[in-house]
Write a protein that binds this ligand. Structure first.
Ligand SMILES: NC(=O)c1ccc[n+]([C@@H]2O[C@H](COP(=O)([O-])OP(=O)(O)OC[C@H]3O[C@@H](n4cnc5c(N)ncnc54)[C@H](O)[C@@H]3O)[C@@H](O)[C@H]2O)c1
Length: 455
């Protein structure tokens, strides 16, 4: 059965056809057209040659082809110089490495973020573009050293991404960068992998004071081993340069004095400090193996005792202990006989050394420390002179595995990095005291945001 609608459809079709037949034009007086009367939708010019010849369409086609040719020869879709050549960083190595994805890197460099490498490859740089600043990750950037490093990198014009799990770091150390588009802070534990597109990685994440690294020794060694593997994997993946902040603790209780980088150390592998000492030694090993085996650009700094504003107040490190105790009118606690020596480096000197190392051409390891040697009793004396001449000294039994002497030999850093510290203890200590006084007593007159700038 056919519905009335369908009937009318059949009827209209029939009408149209008969109408067309009725009005078939005289072919002798009209241009020939190949028109299929069964298909009303098709244009009446299905012969391509005739279609092109009609109304200068051929001319328009030729003009279009010319414009397209000119456009694509001026702005090629892919610039072969932007595509990196084979990079071992894209190959999957250890199971902890991030999955390879070369496309991302190519796109990233094409956007100009990897400007330095494109420039050095001799790529075309559009006129008017300045050399791009770097994008840098600082792990542990909310901590004491890390936050001062971030200040310097931001001041230099770089973009900085801080990764920190805030175990010992504080947002307050970075609050002055909040709102700066060149600064990003990510709560992240380096024991987990992360993917970021960066040019350089400063790997500082690790608790540094004995109180903190002994708090959860397994976590400390995981941070040093798995965290370092993850950051090396990231460096490999994106072709970034990687700097490890190792420690003078890799020398253990040294039998050589002062310690040069060639000294292999005297470390107890099963002691309470081993999670840190051996963790850092393994981190150095991993760093060198990624360098030798996979061609990753790496740098290793062995940092000696450093002090300055933004140190954790009660972290058990000797300078912060003495300063906090003297400010609170408590006796200064000296462990053992107080004759063990340490060298104390002001944090701005260290940051300068780290940046020189990163930008230089030498892998290291490099000792970064102040060779000026003080016994604990001499340090207590400087603190008394700076804060309170009447502060008392109290002796306590020494802690296990506490090294007797530690003093860096910095000849290698002097020669190859052109670096040496220039802030003396008596000059640096008052800035740290002002910061501690503000944080302990909340005195706004002392608030300089923990800056290292001298008045
Ligand atoms: N300050 C020194 O005297 C000294 C000496 C030798 C080596 N170092 C090394 O320098 C680096 C910085 O030391 P610092 O004095 O600033 O210590 P810090 O404790 O102030 O800073 C360490 C930072 O790392 C973060 N962190 C710790 N574990 C983490 C993890 N698993 N994931 C992400 N973030 C984590 C902490 O929250 C903190 O912000 C450390 O690697 C330390 O071993 C410091």
């Amino acid at each position: 059965m056919i519905s009335s609608d369908n009937q009318s459809l059949v009827h209209r079709t029939h009408t149209t056809q008969s109408h067309q037949q009725d009005e078939q034009p005289d072919q002798s007086s009209q241009p020939t057209i190949d028109f299929d009367p069964q298909n009303n939708c098709r244009p009446p010019h299905t012969n391509p040659l005739r279609y092109l010849l009609r109304e200068q369409r051929l001319v328009f086609l030729l003009i279009g082809i010319t414009i397209a040719t000119l456009f694509f020869s001026s702005f090629p879709l892919s610039n072969p110089e932007l595509v990196t050549t084979h990079d071992p960083g894209f190959e999957s190595g250890s199971g902890l490495d991030l999955p390879a994805n070369p496309t991302r890197r190519v796109l990233y460099e094409a956007r100009g973020v990897g400007f330095g490498s494109v420039m050095s490859a001799g790529g075309k740089v559009p006129l008017g573009l300045k050399k791009k600043n770097q994008r840098i990750v600082v792990t542990g950037g909310a901590g004491f050293v890390g936050s001062h490093l971030v200040d310097r990198l931001i001041a230099r014009g770089d973009s900085v991404i801080v990764l920190d799990n805030f175990f010992t770091g504080r947002k307050e150390n970075l609050v002055h960068h909040f709102g700066n588009p060149k600064f990003e802070l990510i709560r992240h534990d380096v024991v987990e992998p992360i993917l970021l597109e960066v040019d350089q990685i400063y790997h500082l994440a690790c608790p540094a004071s004995p109180v903190h690294y002994k708090f959860n020794p397994v976590k400390t060694i995981k941070t040093n081993v798995v965290g370092t593997l993850n950051m090396l994997g990231l460096a490999k993946r994106v072709g970034a340069r990687f700097l490890l902040t190792s420690t003078s603790e890799v020398y253990g209780d040294p039998l050589q004095h002062p310690q040069a980088e060639s000294y292999w150390g005297n470390v107890n592998p099963i002691g309470v400090r081993s999670c840190y000492d051996e963790g850092k030694r393994t981190a150095e090993t991993l760093t060198m193996d990624y360098h030798r085996g996979l061609g990753i650009e790496v740098r290793i700094a062995r940092i000696f005792n450093t002090y300055g504003p933004r140190m954790c107040i009660d972290d058990g490190r000797v300078v912060s202990n003495f300063v906090a105790q003297a400010l609170r009118k408590e006796p200064l606690t000296v462990y053992g006989d107080g004759k063990q020596t340490r060298s104390f480096q002001y944090v701005s000197d260290l940051v300068e050394g780290l940046m020189r190392l990163m930008e230089g051409n030498h892998v290291g390891p490099f000792n970064l420390g102040n060779p000026g040697e003080f016994t604990m009793l001499e340090l207590a004396q400087v603190v008394q002179d700076t804060i309170d001449p009447n502060a008392k000294i109290e002796f306590r039994p020494n802690t296990e595995d506490d090294p007797h002497k530690r003093k860096p030999d910095i000849s290698k850093a002097k020669e190859l990095l052109g670096w040496e510290p220039n802030v003396s203890l008596r000059k640096g200590l008052p800035l740290m005291v002002a910061d501690f006084r503000h944080r302990i007593f909340g005195d706004p007159r002392d608030n300089q945001g923990g800056s290292t700038t001298f008045a």
